[in-house]
Ligand binder design. Structure first.
Ligand SMILES: NC(=O)c1ccc[n+]([C@@H]2O[C@H](COP(=O)([O-])OP(=O)(O)OC[C@H]3O[C@@H](n4cnc5c(N)ncnc54)[C@H](OP(=O)(O)O)[C@@H]3O)[C@@H](O)[C@H]2O)c1
Length: 249
């Protein structure tokens, strides 16, 4: 039996990397998935690949009007939502003396504001037993030079998972975070200042992981599927690390 048969899911930032792997995995398990991202061409590619199993919606999670348009589409579809993966986000390196208001605001509006208002606006549509998964990061528990604003934004996500789990437990809705370590995605490679520096960056990150490799988006998707499905029915408020041991050993 498919794990998400007859279920609907929302994946923000579902056109690349971790989000795209989750969308594919959810579709394999029988879900209809609402997929968002900012770039229409990437959404078109997801639609071409997955067809009627997905509804694609262009939008920026840091723009309230885009979120309203997303949930209008969800409402018109008429089946509510069983799973939310609030995943859209990203970051850039900036040492403490390099942090600008623009860097701070953009990071927090996308990663934190986008998550808060995605989940808030999803609430009226959540079906009984719904599961909310937030994409945090394993660096939310470690000091991270030149990445402090991003790390702080992900620490906020980890905190929200706890508080929202407490707020929603009586509705039978579970909230958890998934904390990836360095995962081989376009977003991670894009952290390099120049494309030719990406290989060295990724190699350095892999060397810092006890398993001595980057994770794959599919490995994160398996963890998200666990948190999304009834297999994790007694799990709420937690954070599941998918990081090759980087934050734990
Ligand atoms: N890769 C890692 O090593 C790693 C580790 C820990 C945590 N994470 C987290 O995992 C999530 C996904 O990262 P990834 O590595 O898979 O990145 P990615 O390959 O760059 O994919 C990011 C996705 O999010 C979308 N997105 C970004 N900002 C958005 C916004 N403001 N509104 C709507 N969509 C937005 C992108 O769409 P567009 O391209 O159209 O903008 C894309 O679909 C992020 O929250 C990231 O912080 C990643």
């Amino acid at each position: 039996m498919a794990e998400l048969a007859e279920k609907t899911a929302l994946v923000t930032g579902g056109t690349s990397g971790i989000g795209l792997a989750v969308v594919r995995r959810f579709v394999q398990e029988g879900a209809h998935v609402f997929v968002t991202g900012r770039t229409s061409a990437k959404l078109d590619a997801v639609k071409a690949e997955l067809g009627d199993a997905v509804t694609v919606i262009t939008g920026d999670v840091s723009r309230p009007e885009d979120l309203d348009a997303l949930f209008t589409t969800v409402s018109e579809y008429g089946r509510g939502i069983d799973v939310v993966l609030a995943n859209a986000g990203g970051g850039e390196f900036a040492a403490l003396e390099e942090i600008t208001w623009e860097h701070f605001t953009e990071t927090f509006e996308s990663n934190v504001g986008g998550t808060v208002f995605t989940v808030q606006k999803a609430l009226p549509f959540l079906n009984p037993g719904a599961s909310i998964v937030l994409t945090s990061s394993n660096i939310d528990v470690k000091g991270s030079p030149s990445f402090s604003v991003y790390a702080a934004s992900k620490a906020a996500i980890r905190s929200f998972a706890r508080s929202w789990a407490a707020e929603l437990v009586d509705r039978g809705i579970r909230v958890n975070a998934v904390a990836p370590g360095p995962i081989a995605t376009p977003g991670l490679a894009g952290l390099a200042a120049e494309p030719e520096q990406a290989e060295a960056l990724l190699g350095g990150l892999a060397a810092g992981v006890p398993m001595r490799r980057l994770g794959s988006p599919d490995e994160v998707a398996e963890a998200v599927l666990y948190l999304a499905s009834t297999r994790s029915s007694y799990v709420t408020g937690t954070e599941l690390y998918v990081d090759g041991g980087a934050s734990q050993i």
